[in-house]
Design a protein. Structure first.
Length: 215
C-alpha cells in the first residue's frame, strides 16, 4: 500500500479500539447509527467516543436513510468530520445533506455485478467520496457490514471521477489482493477485524493495517 493510502476502521464502539486503530495508522474511524447493526451506537455514547478520539483521526458517522431530525441531533451532539450515507439516499438527498450540515459526504454504492457500476457515476460529483461496498444480499437486515466480498475485477482499470474507498469483506488475508486488483488507495472494513459481530480485536486491526501496508 503506498504511504498515502488511507484505512477506515468502521463500527468502533470502545475508546481502546479507537486508540488501537489510530496507533496502527488508521486514517478514519466510523461510528454506526443503525439499530439493526451489532455495531450500533446511541448518540451520547458516540459523543463520548468522538470527544476522546486522538486528534487527526477523521471521525465518520454512518447512517442509513436518516431523516433531518436524526441528523440534526447527531451533528449537534457528536464532533464529526464526515457523514457516510449507506442507504438508498438519492443524489438530491446527498446534495441536501451536504448543504445542510456543511460536512463532506461519502455515499455508499452496493456492487454485485457490472450493471451496478452505473451508480458510481450517478453519485460522482455529488458526493465528496464514493464507498464501493458489496451489495446488500437478499434477506440480510444490513446494507453493509456483512463481511462479504464482490468481484474486485469489476473495478480494475476503472477511470474514477472522484475519490473512493473499497469495502466489503476485507480481511488481513485478502486486503493485499484487493488493493492489487482494484488499485484502491482507500480501504474500509468492519467485520474483518472482529472476533464476533460488533467486537473489534486490536491485534486484528494491527494485522490488517500491516497487511495493507505490505501490499
Ligand atoms: O457495519 C455495519 O454494521 C453496517 C451497518 C449498516 C450499513 C453499513 C455497515 N457497515 C459498512 O459496511 C462496510 C463493509 O463491512 P464489512 O467489512 O464487509 O463487514 C463497513 O466498512 C461499513 O462502512
Amino acid at each position: 500500500m503506498p504511504a498515502d493510502t488511507a484505512v477506515k476502521i468502521c463500527g468502533l464502539r470502545k475508546s481502546s479500539d479507537i486508540d488501537a486503530a489510530a496507533l496502527a495508522g488508521a486514517r478514519y474511524v466510523g461510528f454506526v447509527f443503525f439499530p439493526k447493526s451489532p455495531r450500533h451506537l446511541e448518540i451520547p455514547a458516540a459523543a463520548a467516543l468522538s470527544v476522546a478520539a486522538p486528534i487527526g483521526l477523521c471521525k465518520v458517522a454512518l447512517t442509513v436513510n436518516a431523516d433531518n431530525a436524526f441528523l440534526d441531533t447527531l451533528v449537534d451532539a457528536v464532533p464529526l468530520d464526515m457523514l457516510q450515507l449507506h442507504g438508498s439516499e438519492s443524489p438530491e438527498r446527498v446534495s441536501e445533506v451536504k448543504a445542510r450540515y456543511g460536512l463532506p459526504v461519502m455515499k455508499a454504492v452496493g456492487v454485485a455485478e457490472r450493471s451496478d457500476l452505473a451508480q458510481i457515476d450517478l453519485y460522482s460529483g455529488v458526493a465528496d467520496q464514493i464507498l464501493v461496498d458489496t451489495k446488500k444480499p437478499k434477506g440480510s437486515d444490513l446494507p453493509g457490514g456483512n463481511g462479504l466480498t464482490f468481484d474486485w475485477g469489476l473495478l480494475s482499470r476503472r477511470v474514477w471521477r472522484c475519490p473512493w474507498m473499497l469495502a466489503g469483506g476485507l480481511t488481513p488475508e485478502n486486503v493485499g489482493t484487493a488493493i492489487k486488483t482494484t488499485g484502491a488507495r482507500q480501504i474500509d472494513l468492519s467485520s474483518g477485524v472482529e472476533t464476533s459481530p460488533g467486537v473489534k480485536d486490536p491485534a486484528l486491526i494491527r494485522a490488517f493495517i500491516q497487511a495493507a501496508q505490505a501490499a
